[in-house]
Every structure is written in structure tokens, then in C-alpha cells.
Design a protein around this ligand. Structure first.
Ligand code: 6CS
Length: 297
């Protein structure tokens, strides 16, 4: 499926700290959607504004298969493809992708740098208390990447806790970091890496003994790098999933989106998108955001 996001629609947000470093050639007008404010009760009309301007801005990561940006700037991946399909049903023709680290996604959303997150930002208590998640689109698992043969036999979080000499690479502010923190894995056993490729580099350079990332993300990395093994899904990592995420003041958009998402899930296209990106669309059936928002961390 070719996205209708053209090269000009991809911006690179370097995170709220750097405030909007954008990549020349992909700059396009940013929407000026007034954010709602749950504290004052002010609500925005994101839906009408986005329909009127013809686009909505989405925070993404570029971590296939959840989000993928091709060399010519095409923004796809499981979550943006579902977002695009549901937004079209809402009368919003285009989504503009803004690449940003996971740790910046919620601050950037609440700073009105983008209007929605569709990046596989997994649901958990600390996130669900800050933003409004749609009902889940995917439920997925976590694995470890290890050197070939998994020489340190790292299969579970418990294995890491049992050996203080083990070092685990994780993304800063990522779901995996939260899992290690909830399991009381000491900070000195955690090696912070910026993305999938730098996690694999940490393994190769022997700066980490394993790298924790979603199973399907590691499988995507393995398509172009055969230097590592991938464990089975980590048994003592919590199950969770993701969907689109909105500002708490955008309640009317959130409601309209969920209604259209439920209708879209009943169409063959939903399953086609998930299958294309390697997800099993049946796994999310019957799973709710309320349930996944109980995930610790
Ligand atoms: O929710 C997160 O923070 C994690 N989600 C994905 C798709 N990859 C890594 C990230 O830490």
C-alpha cells in the first residue's frame, strides 16, 4: 500500500528538548490546532480543524514494522497505516509524519508539536495517565537480541537480575526501560541506546550482553543484519499493546476515532494491514485499552 504522505509531509522532530529541528526539504506548514486543556476544561476541535486543513500531524519513530520511513520519505508501518485509514473515514485526507524518540512523544504531543501518536507507544499506567489511547490496534511481545548462540543464556528478566554483571541495552524512556525499572534491575546494568541499530552496535562492541526490543522489531532488524540471535518472547515481560494516542483535551476526537476504528476493524483492510506488517490481527480481538493501561510501569 503506497501511503499518500509525500516526501514533503515528513518532518523530523528531534524531540521537544531540541524543539523542532526539521529536515530541509520535508518542511511543510504545521497545523496550528489549538490544544485542549483538561485543567481548564477547554476542549479543542481537532477533528474539525484537521478536516478543514486536510491533514493531521503524527509522531512516529521509524522502527519497522510499527513505523517505517522509506528513503523517499514515505511514512508507513502498521500504526501509521491504520491511522491513515481511520482518518480517511473521518474525512482527514492526509497525515504528516514527524520522527521523534519514544521518550519525546508524549511531551511533544502535549506541547502541540503533533496531534496524535501512532508509533507502537505501548500502553502502561504512567503513559495512560498522561494521554488518551484509542482502543488497541496491536498486541505484541518483547524479546532479547543476543550475540550468536546466546552465550550468557539470557532468556528472562529474572536471568538479568540473577547476574549483576549482565548489561542490557534499552531505549531511554522506552517501554523496555520501564519493564527493567519495575523489576528493580539496577541502572548500572542498563545501557541506553538511541535506536535499534545502535542497540545491535552495543552487542557487537561488547558494551551490552543483550538488547531488549519488541520481537517483531528485532526480526525486522535481522532482515539486514545476521550478526545476532533473537530469543523467544520474554516470559516475564508484561504483555501490552498500542493504538493511536491523543491529548487529554481532545476527547471529541478520541471518541470519534474509536467509533471509526471499531468499524474499520470489522473490514478486511484492517487484517490486511496487520498481516502485511507481520502482526496477527486476531490477537487484539477482545483486548481493551482499559486492560492494557493496567500494565505496570
Ligand atoms: O512503547 C515503547 O516505548 C516501545 N515501543 C516500540 C514499538 N519499540 C520500542 C519502544 O521502547
Amino acid at each position: 500500500m503506497r501511503s499518500n504522505i509525500t516526501r514533503r509531509n515528513l518532518l523530523r522532530g528531534a524531540g521537544t528538548a531540541a524543539l523542532g529541528v526539521t529536515v530541509a526539504g520535508w518542511i511543510t506548514s504545521c497545523s496550528s490546532v489549538p490544544a485542549g486543556n483538561p485543567a481548564t476544561g477547554a476542549t479543542s476541535n481537532l477533528l474539525e480543524t484537521a478536516k478543514a486543513q486536510g491533514f493531521i500531524r503524527v509522531g512516529i519513530a521509524n522502527e519497522p514494522p510499527y513505523t517505517q520511513v522509506s528513503p523517499d520519505g514515505q511514512v508507513t508501518g502498521c500504526e501509521p497505516d491504520v491511522l491513515r485509514a481511520v482518518c480517511k473515514r473521518l474525512g482527514i485526507d492526509e497525515v504528516q509524519g514527524i520522527i521523534t524518540p519514544y521518550e519525546s512523544m508524549i511531551p511533544g504531543l502535549n506541547a502541540n508539536r503533533w496531534d496524535v501518536i501512532a508509533a507502537g507507544l505501548f500502553m502502561k499506567q504512567s503513559r495512560c495517565s498522561q494521554i488518551l489511547y484509542s482502543e488497541p490496534v496491536i498486541v505484541s511481545t518483547e524479546s532479547f537480541a543476543t550475540p550468536k548462540g546466546n552465550p550468557k543464556s539470557i532468556l528472562t528478566i529474572a536471568d538479568i537480575i540473577a547476574d549483576p554483571d549482565l548489561r542490557i541495552a534499552v531505549l531511554p524512556g522506552g517501554f523496555e526501560e520501564g519493564v527493567l525499572k519495575a523489576a528493580n534491575v539496577p541502572a548500572n546494568q542498563q545501557v541506553k541506546v538511541n535506536d535499534g541499530r545502535s542497540g545491535l552496535e552495543a552487542l557487537k562492541a561488547n558494551r551490552a550482553d543483550a538488547f531488549m526490543l519488541p520481537t517483531l522489531s528485532l526480526k525486522s532488524l535481522a532482515e539486514s543484519d545476521n550478526s545476532f540471535d533473537i530469543t523467544a518472547p520474554i516470559e516475564d515481560a508484561p504483555r501490552t499493546g498500542s493504538g493511536a494516542a491523543f491529548r487529554q483535551g481532545d476527547t471529541s476526537f478520541h471518541e470519534a476515532y474509536n467509533k471509526e476504528l471499531a468499524a474499520f476493524k470489522a473490514t478486511p483492510e484492517f487484517g490486511e494491514i496487520l498481516t502485511k506488517w507481520g502482526f496477527d490481527s486476531t490477537v487484539v480481538e477482545g483486548v481493551t485499552a482499559e486492560e492494557l493501561c493496567k500494565t505496570e510501569g
